[in-house]
Design a protein around this ligand. Structure first.
Ligand SMILES: [Zn+2]
Ligand SMILES: [Zn+2]
Length: 130
């Protein structure tokens, strides 16, 4: 068992809003290409989004590049925080983040930023909304 990547809880996957597998290519469903982009994934940096069971019919194995994941996680965090009681509560100094969803999303955002910095020379994917 590897401990390199912490698996992502279902709540967090829900907040990230995975695309409908029917709209994805075979390579995207198999985790070869980023689910939110068109990059072929690097096994070392790819974020494993778990095995998704498409209503029992078939499984698909979404993975994403750190940059797309960070982007999604950032948006999900903003959405999530506006209607989560744990997140709206201001923690006392030194108190850890109590909300698991927010904690995992924050980790994904940070992970993407780190990867982006070290991969500065790579072309960016066709996802930015600007
Ligand atoms: Zn991507
Ligand atoms: Zn929360």
């Amino acid at each position: 068992m590897t401990t390199r990547t912490e698996s992502i809880p279902a709540d967090v996957l829900g907040a990230l809003a995975l695309p409908d597998p029917d709209t994805l290519t075979e390579d995207q469903r198999r985790g070869i290409v980023c689910v939110w982009g068109s990059d072929r994934l690097d096994t070392v940096t790819a974020v494993d989004l778990g095995v998704q069971d498409d209503e029992g019919a078939r499984c698909w194995f979404p993975r994403a590049c750190p940059a797309c994941t960070a982007d999604r996680a950032h948006r999900a965090l903003l959405d999530h925080a506006s209607d989560c009681t744990d997140c709206r509560r201001v923690p006392a100094p030194g108190e850890p983040t109590v909300c698991e969803v927010a904690r995992v999303l924050t980790r994904l955002v940070r992970g993407g930023r780190t990867a982006r910095r070290s991969n500065r020379m790579r072309p960016t994917e066709g996802t930015p909304t600007r």
